[in-house]
Design a protein around this ligand. Structure first.
Ligand code: B12
Ligand code: SF4
Ligand code: SF4
Length: 368
């Protein structure tokens, strides 16, 4: 690689070697409309227009200075390379309503969001981008390249939109031409002045008047013009929230059979119809899989048990207590009285959140 110039072709080859499409490039600093849009987002975020971060997401506010400023993350930034990896897969449970009422005689299952069924994308996309960043650094002396996937202060859905990789839908997620919103995002911030790759898709947007995602959200977490109230989102409750949820939480019913994450707003989106299943083996492989029997989740004993079943998958984030708590919520919604004995045992669990949710699930089942 020539240390003076990294051509579009070289960049595309480096990404292709990791089975990634050529990245979209956000040249920095921005100007014109792109800069105007950046400022509006920055002000909206700083002014608290986004969701008020609930417990466990408070760190988001600490990024107020850098969320829309890659140059505050990497000094001397001249561009950001934005990349994505499609994870769409269709499993049997995706054809069933997520309300959580099992048909008579069947076991009750807990549903897992698509992105979390296989290998953790922080590792899968993150490792690919880190390898690319190392190669770039080796080839372009004096320049710096830092790879991020999810973790990092920048708003990656904005990066996707501003770079032309896709656009931000009203469900607040980035929609890309081929995988729709079924793609995880990552980026490399660099001091190298990459220029935008021509031929990127022309800007698309949500059809006028479409509110399918907003209407489909089971807990009313979405609103116009494209706001997410994280404290109402099932994804937040099931992944990021620690301990028990407020008593009488109105959102628990809406959770249905979901035990890790939620895909309802994405399933409703017309851009997500007829998306091809991912070819990424790490996402196709079942680690957690699409669904687990609630009896299995309710019986999880400790960290080792969780490691044995879910090592390498996003479910590790929630840990044993969170997964059992979520399974209790799904059990309560299931209408499946055969779960009462196991829930009864959990009423003396070491974890207060699990005890609380087991009791609530029993109350719910006994009144059904
Ligand atoms: C924290 C987080 C969450 C939180 C909170 C999300 C949130 N919006 O704050 C929770 C746990 C709820 C969550 C859920 C999910 N997440 Co998430 N999440 C993130 C993370 C780590 C940070 C997002 C962030 O910084 N939010 C704070 C700011 C930007 O958002 P905000 O508070 O809503 O404020 C903005 C808007 O509200 C808007 N706004 C509101 N009103 C107005 C008015 C006007 C006039 C204007 C201009 C703007 C405006 O402006 C604000 C500033 O931009 C990103 C990764 C990253 N680094 O970006 C992944 C990320 C967004 N998540 C991702 C995924 C996959 C999900 C889930 C689908 C997982 C699942 N299946 O359960 C769900 C989807 C929920 C949804 N509909 O968005 C992917 C999305 C990929 C994509 N294609 O876009 C990302 C990019 C991770 C990744 N690397 O792939 N997530
Ligand atoms: S992930 Fe689920 S709960 Fe969260 S906004 Fe989308 S549909 Fe609503
Ligand atoms: S469902 Fe409609 S409004 Fe929501 S993101 Fe998709 S196209 Fe946009």
């Amino acid at each position: 690689m020539n240390t003076m110039s990294i051509s579009d072709g070289i960049l595309a080859d480096l990404f292709a070697a990791e089975n990634l499409d050529p990245p979209a490039v956000l040249p920095w600093p921005l100007n014109g409309r792109a800069e105007e849009d950046r400022r509006i987002r920055e002000q909206a975020f700083a002014g608290g227009l986004g969701s008020r971060p609930p417990p466990g997401l408070d760190w988001i506010r600490s990024h107020v200075e850098s969320k829309y400023r890659p140059d505050r993350v990497v000094d001397g930034c001249r561009s950001v390379l934005v990349s994505a990896l499609g994870y769409y897969r269709y499993d049997e449970i995706d054809g069933l309503p997520a309300g959580g009422i099992p048909s008579r005689g069947s076991s009750s299952f807990g549903r897992i969001a698509r992105y979390a069924r296989g290998r953790d994308y922080h590792k899968e996309l993150g490792n690919r981008l880190r390898r690319i960043a190392r190669k770039l650094e080796a080839g372009a002396a004096g320049h710096r390249f830092r790879a991020f996937t999810d973790i990092g202060p920048l708003d990656e859905t904005w990066l996707a939109e501003a770079s032309g990789l896709g656009f931000k839908g009203r469900h607040t997620l980035a929609i890309l031409p081929s995988p729709g919103s079924w793609a995880v995002l990552g980026h490399i911030i660099s001091t190298y002045p990459f220029t935008a790759i021509p031929g990127r898709p022309s800007p698309m947007s949500c059809p006028e008047g479409c509110t399918r995602c907003i209407d489909a959200c089971p807990t009313g977490a979405l609103s116009l013009p494209g706001r997410l109230e994280a404290s109402r989102c099932i994804s937040y409750h099931s992944i990021e929230h620690k301990g028990s949820l407020e008593k009488g939480n109105l959102f628990m019913r809406g959770t249905g059979d979901r035990v890790f994450g939620c895909d309802a707003c994405q399933e409703a989106c017309p851009f997500n119809v007829r998306v091809a299943e991912t070819e990424v083996e790490a996402f196709r492989r079942d680690i957690a899989g699409a669904a687990r029997e609630l009896t299995e989740l309710l019986s999880l004993e400790g960290r080792d048990d969780v490691l044995d079943r879910f090592a390498g998958s996003p479910l590790m984030r929630t840990g044993r207590n969170g997964l059992v708590r979520n399974a209790c919520t799904a059990a309560g919604n299931s209408g499946d009285a055969s779960l009462l004995p196991i829930l009864s045992k959990l009423q003396t669990d070491v974890d207060a959140g699990v005890r609380e949710h087991a009791s609530r699930a029993m109350e719910q089942l006994e009144v059904l």
